[in-house]
Each structure stands twice: as structure tokens, then as C-alpha cells.
Design a protein around this ligand. Structure first.
Ligand code: SAH
Length: 402
């Protein structure tokens, strides 16, 4: 075979017949992108992996449960030959040659007429990398390019679909690796980032020098006005045509006032994109080793704000009802009122011995955890000097270990 490089091309397969021979792991890996391209996939294989079978059962492709027969490539625009029998692969490839059907062959790249590049996607861009005979290197280059596009370290300005407006981005619980890929990309593309005290502050340090970072906690006005001032700042920056990211801790809609900001922006006629985040309610217990559900232990978890005391007339929480539940309770903003909350739960029937844990600054290097029975947890938390932000987990899941 020649040493000429392959000629790259983007096949537009929508509605076009692609024949896949073999239903093993090679087919399993390739089928999703063929299906995503809209190909009319005919799969011929006596046996397939369970995931391939699921695609057939879902009607995503047609599966003929049999071996290859001469003539199977009639009508094919493209073929993937990946059976575990080299003789069959050779015969099918020969048929492909005869019919001038480009054909990828899993067992013998040299003999194939087409190669599958390592591909990845980032925000409407498809990256495809071919390195000839070094698939690991292709994958590594692909990863580097996709990662660079996602985190903005690879400068590739988007001219056409530059969206004005504000993205409400959930930054995750604190560890900078726990923001979503989309959140990270939007951060990298932002002109202005308005951040809170909570969330992945380390990410701010990675921003390019021209990105303006506004600390929401430092926006002037009194405490009551703070939210209005944040809304006003968001609107002002967006109206000036800047790409604005409102970076929030955890998920924007979990006790994050996300919808208040979204509706203020909507009222001002500014487009809003919501990017969900990894909420501390689930992630902080998880990273501390506590599953919020566990088979045979808890079939529900309830996330509750403890920012007002149980007997406060402003409270919207039905504490007696929560006390009657058997599953997991996750409390946010509850450190200061933990004593009153635990007493209320016990008074209304939750056993005093229920395991409880409090995790301060979860997913960060400062993470601390204190465990005690429900009746004792508030005292232990005070004793250990646990401070917000902290998550309280109450329920038998606290005792579950790997
Ligand atoms: N929107 C956020 C929650 C905001 S309310 C989210 O989805 O995670 C603020 C509360 O979240 C804090 O008082 C604390 O209870 C909890 N919290 C957020 N980050 C935390 C962390 N890293 N460790 C422990 N608790 C955290």
C-alpha cells in the first residue's frame, strides 16, 4: 500500500445506506456516530453485543441475524467490515472494492479503502484526526483539540453564533473539575463573569486577563438590595453587548435564586441560557463517601433548606412530615439551626439514633466531616467548630460504606 496520506472528507450519510458487518465491540463503538449522522444502517451479524441489540430493538438500525453473503453491499454508500473472521472480512472488502463502496476494515487497515478518524465534538465543531497507523496518537490529538476548544485554551473565536445575553452557569460544589463542560466553555468565552462567594473560585484564576470578574458579594448597596444590584449589573453588562456569565455555586436552581435572575433578565428583554450544575446537595455527600440513595436502605432523598428555623412563621417546610419519612434528608444552609432542626425531627418521630453527618466545604481541600447520631449532631458540630458552607445528611445512608 502507498504512503500517501488519507484524503479527509465529511460524509453526509443522512438517509443513505451504510452496511455494518459484525456486531461486536468495533461495531458498538462506531454505530452511535453513524446513527447520529442519520445513516440508514443495515447491520448483518449472527450475534451482537447487548448495546448493539438495544439499538436494533429501539428501531435505530435494521439487524439481520446472519452471516455475510455476497451481494450484501448492494445499495451501500459506505461499509464497515468488522467481523471476527478475516476470511469474511476479506471477501466483504473485495465486494466493496468491486462495487466502489468505500470500506473500513477493522482487522486490516492497510487493506482498507477508508479509515475512521478519531472524532470528537465541541459545540457544533466536529474534530476528526487521522495519523495513519497510530490510533492512540490520533485519539490523543483529538482529545487535546476538543479539550482546548472546550476550555477555551485553544483560541477559536466563534464569529457567527456569538450569543449575546447572560448564561446562568452552575459552577458545581467547589472543586474546579466539577463544573460542566458547557459551563467551562462559556466561562472561557465570557467578557464578564459575575461570581458568588460559593462555587469553584479557582476557575476564576484561569480566566484570560481581559475577562472582567465581578464579585457579587462586593457589589455595593445594602444587604436587602444585593439581589437587585446583581440583577442590575447583569442587565447593564448584557446591554453593553458583553457576553456575561453569572457563575453560581452548585446548580443555579437549587437554592440559588437562579430563576429570580432569569426573570429579571427576561423582563429586561435579555436572552438567558441556563447551564445546570452539579449540586452540592448530592455531590458533597458523594465525594465524602455518602450515597444519597442505596438499594435496600433509602428509596428517596429530600433536599431541604434550613435557612429559617422550624418554628419560624416564614418557614415553608413541613418538618413533622419530613420527620415521618424513612429516607435520606439533605439539609443546606442548616449549620446554625441544626439543634432546633434535629430536635424538631426527633420530636415528630425520627429516631434519635438516626446516623447523621455534616460535611463542611465539601469537594475542596478544606473539606471536613463530622458524624454523630441525630440527637448529638448539633453538639458535635459546635464542638468541632464546623461552619458554613456545610451539608447535613441524615439517614441510614450515612452508615453505608463501599
Ligand atoms: N445552588 C447551590 C446551593 C446554594 S445554597 C447548590 O446547588 O449546591 C448554599 C448552601 O449550599 C450552603 O449553605 C451549603 O449548605 C451548601 N453548599 C454549597 N457548596 C458547598 C460545599 N462545597 N460544601 C458543603 N456545602 C455546600
Amino acid at each position: 500500500m502507498s504512503d500517501h496520506p488519507a484524503y479527509p472528507v465529511g460524509l453526509r450519510l443522512a438517509g443513505r445506506r451504510v452496511v455494518v458487518l459484525g456486531g461486536g465491540t468495533v461495531a458498538q463503538r462506531r454505530l452511535p456516530s453513524l446513527l447520529a449522522a442519520g445513516a440508514d444502517v443495515l447491520l448483518i451479524a449472527p450475534a451482537v453485543t447487548p448495546s448493539v441489540q438495544a439499538m436494533a430493538e429501539a428501531g435505530e438500525l435494521r439487524w439481520e441475524r446472519r452471516g455475510y453473503r455476497a451481494g450484501d453491499l448492494t445499495d451501500a454508500w459506505y461499509a464497515l467490515v468488522a467481523t471476527d473472521d478475516p476470511a469474511v472480512n476479506a471477501a466483504a472488502s473485495a465486494e466493496a472494492d468491486e462495487r466502489r463502496v468505500w470500506c473500513v476494515r477493522s482487522d486490516n487497515a492497510e487493506a482498507a479503502t477508508a479509515w475512521t478518524p478519531a472524532t470528537g465534538h465541541s459545540d457544533g465543531v466536529t474534530v476528526a484526526v487521522l495519523t495513519g497507523r497510530d490510533p492512540r496518537r490520533s485519539a490523543a490529538v483529538r482529545d487535546a483539540v476538543v479539550e482546548g476548544l472546550r476550555d477555551g485554551s485553544l483560541g477559536a473565536p466563534r464569529h457567527r453564533d456569538r450569543l449575546p445575553g447572560v448564561a446562568l452557569v452552575g459552577g458545581g460544589p467547589g472543586d474546579p473539575d466539577l463544573i460542566t463542560v458547557r459551563g467551562r466553555r462559556l466561562l472561557a468565552e465570557a467578557d464578564v463573569v459575575i461570581a458568588d462567594r460559593l462555587g469553584p473560585r479557582d476557575l476564576l484564576g484561569e480566566l484570560p486577563p481581559h475577562t472582567e470578574v465581578v464579585d457579587a458579594a462586593k457589589i455595593p448597596y445594602g444587604r436587602a438590595m444585593a439581589q437587585d444590584a446583581i440583577n442590575a449589573a447583569l442587565i447593564e453588562h448584557a446591554r453593553a453587548g458583553r457576553r456575561v456569565v453569572r457563575l453560581k455555586g452548585g446548580d443555579p436552581f437549587v437554592f440559588g435564586r437562579g430563576m429570580e435572575e432569569a426573570s429579571a433578565l427576561a423582563a429586561a428583554g435579555i436572552p438567558v441560557t441556563v447551564v445546570p450544575g452539579v449540586t452540592s446537595a448530592i455531590a458533597v455527600p458523594a465525594v465524602a463517601g455518602i450515597p444519597v440513595t442505596h438499594r435496600g436502605v433509602a428509596h428517596e432523598f429530600t433536599v431541604v433548606s434550613g435557612h429559617v428555623a422550624p418554628d419560624d412563621p416564614r418557614s415553608l417546610v413541613d418538618w413533622p412530615a419530613l420527620a415521618a419519612l424513612r429516607g435520606t434528608l439533605v439539609l443546606l444552609m442548616a449549620v446554625e439551626r441544626l439543634g432546633a432542626i434535629a430536635d424538631t425531627l426527633i420530636r415528630h418521630g425520627r429516631p434519635a439514633a438516626t446516623p447523621a453527618a455534616v460535611v463542611q466545604e465539601g469537594t475542596t481541600p478544606a473539606e471536613r466531616r463530622v458524624d454523630a447520631p441525630l440527637s448529638d449532631i448539633a453538639r458535635r458540630v459546635a464542638e468541632e467548630g464546623i461552619r458554613p458552607p456545610a451539608i447535613v445528611v441524615i439517614g441510614d445512608v450515612v452508615g453505608v460504606t463501599a
